[in-house]
Ligand binder design. Structure first.
Ligand SMILES: NC(=O)c1ccc[n+]([C@@H]2O[C@H](COP(=O)([O-])OP(=O)(O)OC[C@H]3O[C@@H](n4cnc5c(N)ncnc54)[C@H](O)[C@@H]3O)[C@@H](O)[C@H]2O)c1
Length: 266
């Protein structure tokens, strides 16, 4: 099966990476480009968006880097307007941004709870609110939401805001999928399990859950049924498939990319 996204425009929110190496959003942006799409790389961190766009253009494909906060409706509106002005269409909307706030109900303050919900869930609503009209007008479109297995399972960290926000992304995905199916739009979620990306070293308090960073890596590998965490390309490859015409009858799914973790009892 060849994933051919030639002439498609993919808008990737969270296309940078929070540290060295490959994050899920950065890998997805590059994977869309390698499949033929023109890619708009959006990130809160302009330098991170530019780095990803640079990788894509160095490989001979088309990319545009933009800075925006996905929790801001005004900034999403600006991004969508710019993409429509430059490319005239949006075929793929990829919502990758997600932040983890470590801390239970007793420790987390209201502002951090709100930020999790705004960045992880409201962002998906806002991006869909402003991109879907263009897809509806075109009669076609694919949305890929990067959720998490943490939306279905408790993953070893004390982070209720993250768990709740990702559960909301899963259900929002289904709601949008059902509502917009007759308009030619598919909305699916990818649920990464334990993935070795920069996020696990840059998120405050994650490593400390297991002692230190090395202990966290060992614990995450051990928790994975395969004995190893996945990598950002595992998530990216699932996303490009879901965004492609090969997945034309797949809608509203929560696709676990977790090496079998969700299937395990303990
Ligand atoms: N690594 C894992 O084990 C794992 C597991 C399950 C799900 N996920 C999900 O994968 C997604 C991200 O993974 P990643 O590896 O790309 O993470 P990452 O932290 O490397 O990259 C996320 C990017 O989003 C950007 N960002 C953060 N807040 C933003 C905002 N408000 N507006 C715009 N951009 C913003 C960051 O600057 C960063 O470049 C998240 O949704 C996360 O919940 C990861």
């Amino acid at each position: 099966m060849i994933i051919d996204l030639k002439d498609r425009v993919a808008l990737v929110f969270g296309a940078g990476s929070s540290g060295e190496g490959w994050g899920n959003g950065k890998a997805a942006a590059v994977a869309y480009a390698r499949s033929g799409a023109k890619v708009v790389c959006v990130d809160l961190n302009r330098a991170a968006a530019e780095e990803t766009a640079g990788i894509i253009t160095d490989e001979g494909s088309t990319a545009l880097a933009l800075a925006a906060d996905v929790a801001s409706e005004a900034q999403i509106i600006e991004v969508v307007a710019r993409v429509m002005a430059d490319f005239g269409r949006i075929d793929i909307l990829h919502n990758n941004v997600g932040i983890a706030q470590i801390g239970g109900a007793l420790e987390l303050d209201e502002a951090l709870w709100d930020r999790s919900m705004n960045v992880n869930v409201k962002s998906v609503f806002l991006a869909c609110k402003h991109v879907l009209p263009h897809m509806i007008a075109a009669g076609k479109g694919a949305v890929v939401n990067i959720s998490s297995l943490a939306g279905m399972r408790i993953a070893g960290y004390d982070m209720p805001a993250y768990y709740a926000s990702k559960a909301a992304v899963n259900h929002l995905t289904q709601a949008l999928a059902v509502r917009h199916a007759r308009e030619g739009i598919r909305v699916n979620a990818v649920l990464p399990g334990l993935i070795h990306t920069p996020l696990i070293s840059t998120t405050k308090g994650m490593a400390e859950t297991f002692g230190d960073f090395e202990a966290q890596i060992a614990a995450r590998d051990a928790m994975s049924p395969t004995g190893k965490m996945g990598d950002a390309w595992d998530v990216a490859n699932a996303a490009i498939f879901l965004a492609s015409d090969q997945a034309k009858y797949i809608n509203g799914v929560a696709l676990c990319v977790d090496g079998g973790l969700a299937a395990r009892i303990s």
